[in-house]
Design a protein around this ligand. Structure first.
Ligand SMILES: [Zn+2]
Length: 169
């Protein structure tokens, strides 16, 4: 079920020879075309997660940050306008999840979340068994900061704030 009527800008589907463009086409655009990545919020503006991916690509392409060539990945960023969905999938590869709840954070915090998850990919953390992932969050935060997406929020995540709010507030 979707209310997503947003028509994507054709410019999205173009890219050049830069590794950032190849990542864009092979991972971001491919995820969009595959139905994994919702580009908009309620059909009227680009989602914060999508804007964060654009910002990451632009920063990488401009040479302002150094990014190793990222492997292809599926970016799963479902719309918060969808109550549920059904699909038949064969999953094989790197899978990055960007939660719909992130749309309720600031753009800068959403930028950080996206950069943090991409840094897990860049650092190869997906190869580690779960029990060996003790320091990966610190490493991912450091990599995101190196890419100039520092962790900004002090205190609780937006989801915690929502669920811990008194009912009568
Ligand atoms: Zn993490």
């Amino acid at each position: 079920m979707s209310e997503d009527l947003f028509v994507p800008n054709p410019k999205w589907f173009k890219g050049g020879d830069h590794p950032a463009d190849r990542w864009w086409l092979d991972s971001v655009v491919a995820s969009f075309r595959g139905g994994w990545l919702a580009s908009s919020v309620f059909g009227n503006r680009n989602s914060r997660r999508f804007c964060a991916l654009v910002k990451f690509r632009n920063r990488w392409r401009s040479g302002k940050i150094r990014v190793c060539n990222l492997p292809d990945m599926i970016i799963f960023a479902p719309s918060e306008a969808e109550a549920g969905s059904v699909a038949m999938r064969k999953l094989d590869g790197i899978f990055v999840y960007l939660a719909p709840m992130t749309e309720f954070d600031s753009q800068a915090d959403c930028d950080f979340v996206c950069a943090h998850e991409l840094s897990h990919v860049a650092l190869g953390h997906y190869l580690l068994p779960v029990e060996q992932r003790g320091l990966v969050e610190i490493e991912a935060n450091a990599k995101a900061a190196e890419w100039r997406f520092p962790k900004r929020k002090k205190g609780r995540h937006v989801f915690q704030r929502l669920v811990q709010r008194p009912l009568n507030s």
